[in-house]
Design a protein around this ligand. Structure first.
Ligand code: ADP
Ligand code: G6P
Length: 466
């Protein structure tokens, strides 16, 4: 059995009460590493005055983690800089928020080189290496330059942007041609895969075959591998004592009202401002019903050293205050806005209590919250999922109430429709949604990707020149 090495920017080993944003991923990867043996490599999240290259090996929850500390300048230029001020907004179609700065390029290249240098001694001949997300696009090129011939796969968790947007990135071709040093490149949906093919066909005369693409004298395997959640575990979590306690705690303050829930990292891609405005429109359009309802928005702050994240936080603080100021009564607040993380079981209990799940990102690679909301429902009396048509999950979840998240009217109408939906209709939609959530779960995602990577050695004639 080959050993799996997983590489991601940050390492989040699974814990029983994971409050982090990588819950499902951590569980799935942790399980694969436990079953087959292996290592999870990445940044420790710690900053040090000077990079030492020292690797901290630990076994946590049966998984071996190998972490490195980064120096302040690395975090500024690579994590806050190129990854999250340049690539994240650009890949989420926000060129208005995208910053281009050569110092970021240098920091991004440096950290990828440092990852390659520190990972190199850990790699054994039969290992397969699975690299995750936009922080680490050049990693395979760096490893190949150091003589690594192992199979290396890359999975992009976020959208792939349209070619004309990507072309605004200085030296874009240099960056993305690095993907041809992988054996397999995977995306969340066919939509992002198509955009990827379109870019290389136009910019590099790429030839696309059945699951392969050739350009720059190289051939790489490509595919869509939609990520899922650990549906069984989440279903159970929603019925656990901890979830029950959370529901009990909320019951009194709910006082028979219908709860709407939103759960998102506090990120501008999640459409929170538009969501609040859509909810405000619902309140304005339904004065007779509005006090029977409230919205609980949970939004833990993220990447808070970055200006665009500080701005969205300030905007939401002001907007939530304005909505509550305008509509609240002495015994009712329309919007409960909470900036903190919760253990997964508590979150599952909250989802189960909510009659409506509001998931309205402006753009999202997949969106796991939509799947978690469905998995947590009571089959006999499930809630309704309102889902953005621009989340990757929309392609798999057509039985949700799909909305254009930029339209306040559509959000307001979907809230009204969802809250008024009859039980038989709710059950019919939920069963179809749950079927998808259970069949396309996180294990299938992992197994499909790893199997494709294991099979990905190209025939000798098609291998890249050594
Ligand atoms: P993204 O990866 O962009 O943050 P996803 O919806 O795909 O978006 O995944 C978010 C993950 O983070 C989900 O597993 C969700 O449960 C978790 N999460 C988000 N907010 C919280 C919170 N306040 N407490 C605990 N977990 C959270
Ligand atoms: C998204 C990205 C992940 C990242 C996560 C948390 O899901 O696709 O790569 O790990 O957000 O982001 P953070 O910057 O807090 O690590």
């Amino acid at each position: 059995m080959t050993r799996l090495i997983v590489v991601s920017n940050r390492v989040t080993p699974p814990t029983a009460d994971a409050t982090g944003s990588q819950g499902g991923l951590a569980v799935a990867i942790g399980e694969a590493l436990r079953e087959n043996g292996g290592v999870w490599f990445g940044w420790s999240g710690q900053r040090v005055p000077e990079f030492t290259g020292q690797v901290n090996l630990q076994r946590a929850g049966g998984v071996t983690t190998a972490t490195v500390d980064l120096e302040e300048q690395d975090v500024d230029e690579y994590y806050n800089g190129y990854a999250n001020k340049t690539l994240w907004p650009l890949f989420h179609y926000r060129i208005d928020l995208t910053e281009y700065d050569r110092s970021f390029d240098a920091g991004y290249a440096r950290v990828n080189q440092r990852f390659a240098d520190t990972l190199l001694p850990i790699i054994q001949p039969d290992d397969i290496i699975w690299v995750h997300d936009y922080h680490l696009i050049p990693l395979a090129r760096e490893l190949r330059a150091r003589g690594v011939t192992n199979r290396i796969g890359f999975f992009l968790h976020i959208p792939w942007p349209p070619m004309r947007l990507l072309a605004t990135l200085p030296r874009h071709k240099e960056l993305v041609s690095g993907l041809f040093d992988y054996d397999l490149v995977g995306f969340q949906t066919h939509e992002w895969l198509e955009a990827f093919c379109d870019y290389f066909q136009r910019e590099a005369d790429a030839e696309v075959g059945d699951g392969v693409m050739s350009a720059f004298g190289r051939t790489v395997r490509i595919g869509a591998f939609p990520i899922g959640i650990d549906a069984g575990a989440f279903k159970e979590a929603a019925k656990s004592a901890e979830a029950l306690a959370a529901r009990e705690r909320m019951r009194e303050s709910i006082a028979g009202r219908q709860m709407i829930v939103g759960v998102d990292r506090l990120d501008y891609s999640k459409g929170l401002e538009e969501r609040f405005l859509g909810y405000e429109r619902f309140l304005a359009d339904n004065p007779e019903r509005c006090q029977e309802v409230f919205l609980l928005q949970i939004a833990p702050p993220t990447r808070s050293e970055i200006g665009s994240y500080q701005e969205i936080r300030n905007k939401l603080d002001a907007l939530s205050g304005r909505i509550n100021g305008a509509y609240a009564e002495v015994d009712w607040v329309p919007l409960r806005y909470v900036n903190r993380g919760y253990p997964r079981a508590v979150l599952a209990g909250i989802y189960r209590t909510a009659r409506l799940g509001l998931v309205t990102p402006l753009r999202d690679g997949m969106n796991l919250v939509a799947k978690e909301y469905v998995a947590a429902q009571d089959p006999a009396d499930p809630g309704v999922l309102v889902l953005s048509q621009f989340a990757g999950a929309a392609l798999q979840m057509p039985e949700a109430l799909l909305v254009n998240p930029f339209s306040q009217e559509e959000i307001a109408e979907a809230i009204a429709e969802g809250l008024g939906m009859r039980k038989a209709e709710r059950i019919r939609r939920w069963e179809a949604l749950m079927h998808n959530v259970e069949s396309c779960d996180v294990r299938r995602w992992r197994d499909d990707f790893v199997a494709a990577l294991e099979a990905a050695r190209l025939p000798v004639a098609m291998r890249p020149p050594a």
